[in-house]
Ligand binder design. Structure first.
Ligand code: NAD
Length: 434
């Protein structure tokens, strides 16, 4: 929990001052933020982390402000290369705050180990035998993960399914494991491998794949917010009209997979940025999110919006397997710092934060689409990276960005032209020396 996540004027501060302010707000020492400069992860550590290493690839590390979850302030760490996502999420969190912030809760950290069984002649009797031996199977699973058992986790239940037609002779046993504060992939894979042979004997079949499922739909997060109409108003539109447009946009996503895909991309802008910042496996999160979005046989939005009285209510539900121990967190100094910034003491708290930033990102995108359009805010912030791409540096970045926004031509060509005009009008180094 942060002292506060509401820090007006934060974006105008220099980076060093932002670090100091966030350190104070999140109860950290200022020097801990040294972990988020370019030296965050060194080449030697990288070389021990993956294979064939050439170096380190850096991305911007930022903070989303104004987030309030269940009455508590949180500063959300974000790692993302796309301009405007952090600003939009911070702005949306400020709007949600007017309605009391976000309300969120999450399931326990249950992940399934899947054991595929092949060449099962009589799937019906195999199912019966495995069901009768359930307690022994769960005990065998627990024996493979003593560390997790000591922390209160372990195998909770199992499910047996026959797959395909009788002629496929295929079954799967899903063993549900409480991974506590770990993401759980390696833990669950260990279980799958430990119990596979016993299951094959019981099924009188052949063992197949043994691995976790990333569709962890027993490990879901639910987040909601109630935004008063007036908090959604823009210079040109009333809050009630914006709210109506946002509901129309939500229904569009509910009825059309092409829209739902982009709607969910906007949610994942926020979710992934927190997931990456905290050293978690975003491919696993992405796979789980989109499989869940398609669970009813067609691709659907992860969050929906409805007007209720004088409020617009947003609700998000998605699976989210995040860890606050293990994985990349063992080695990555910036990921460790990011986790400390969140103040999360459990994996559930971290999952709730990531999903909340996802709903904030969705709020921002829908509000922009229902009012000014997405390009106005986005391109304004994009202008700075366009200026850098055109060769601007130092003070010239803001000057070039401001000018191309004014011209309404946010392109590298326009930025180059403005930059050369600026340089031509600047006094030469010799003139300055005089
Ligand atoms: P891990 O292998 O680091 O295991 C977690 C460790 O933390 C365990 O040894 C556990 O005993 C220990 N631990 C300490 N305190 C704990 C606590 N409070 N709660 C739970 N465990 C605690 O990590 P993991 O979470 O098993 O696996 C995550 C890694 O696996 C990620 O790096 C991921 O990228 C990778 N992975 C993913 C997939 C996939 O998603 N399909 C497949 C394979 C590997």
């Amino acid at each position: 929990m942060a002292r506060t996540s509401r820090i007006p004027g934060f974006f105008k501060l220099p980076v060093s001052e932002r670090r100091r302010v966030v350190a104070e707000a999140t109860h950290l020492a200022a020097h801990e933020f040294d972990a988020c400069d370019a030296r965050g992860l060194d080449v030697a550590t990288s070389d021990k982390t993956v294979e064939n290493v050439l170096g380190v690839y850096a991305l911007p590390f930022a903070a989303t402000l104004n987030v309030q979850i269940n009455g508590h302030d949180v500063v959300a760490p974000m790692v993302i290369e796309e301009p405007s996502v952090v600003a939009a999420a911070s702005n949306a969190a400020r709007i949600a705050r007017i309605g009391g912030g976000f309300t969120a809760e999450a399931d326990p950290a249950i992940v399934a180990a899947q054991i595929q069984l092949l060449d099962v002649e009589d799937t019906g009797s195999a199912l019966e035998r495995i069901r009768e031996a359930s307690s022994e199977i769960l005990a065998l699973a627990d024996a493979a993960i003593p560390g997790l058992i000591a922390r209160g986790g372990g195998a909770r239940s199992l499910d047996i399914r026959v797959l395909g037609a009788p002629s496929d002779h295929m079954m799967v046993v899903d063993v549900f494991i409480d991974c506590r504060d770990a993401m759980g992939a390696n833990l669950v894979n260990s279980v799958a491998e430990a119990i596979g042979d016993e299951l094959a004997v019981l099924a009188r079949g052949r063992i197949g794949f043994r691995i976790l499922s990333n569709l962890c739909d027993r490990r879901k997060v639910r987040v909601s917010c109630r935004v008063p109409f007036e908090a959604l108003a823009t210079e040109e539109m009333s809050g009630a009209d914006v709210a109506r447009g946002m509901e129309d946009g939500s229904r569009f996503a509910e009825l059309d997979a092409y829209r739902a895909c982009t709607h969910n991309k906007g949610i994942m802008n926020g979710v992934d940025a927190v997931v990456i910042a905290t050293g978690n496996d975003w491919r696993a999160v992405e796979a789980g999110a989109h499989a869940y979005a398609a669970r009813n046989g067609r691709y659907e939005p992860l969050a929906t919006w409805r007007r209720e009285g004088e409020h617009l209510v947003g609700r998000l539900e998605m699976p989210l397997a995040l860890g606050i121990v293990g994985g990349t967190l063992r080695v990555h100094p910036t990921a460790k710092l990011a986790l400390k910034m969140t103040g999360a003491k459990t994996a559930v708290e971290l999952a709730v934060l990531a999903a909340t930033v996802g709903l904030a990102s969705n709020l921002a995108a829908l509000r922009a689409l229902a009012s000014d359009g997405i390009q106005r805010g986005h391109m304004g912030l994009h202008a700075r990276s366009v200026a850098v791409a055109a060769g601007a540096s130092g003070d010239n970045v803001e000057k070039v960005a401001a000018r191309i926004i004014e011209l309404g031509d946010i392109t590298v060509d326009a930025a180059r032209k403005v930059l050369s005009e600026l340089r031509a009008s600047e006094p030469s180094a010799a003139a300055v020396a005089e």
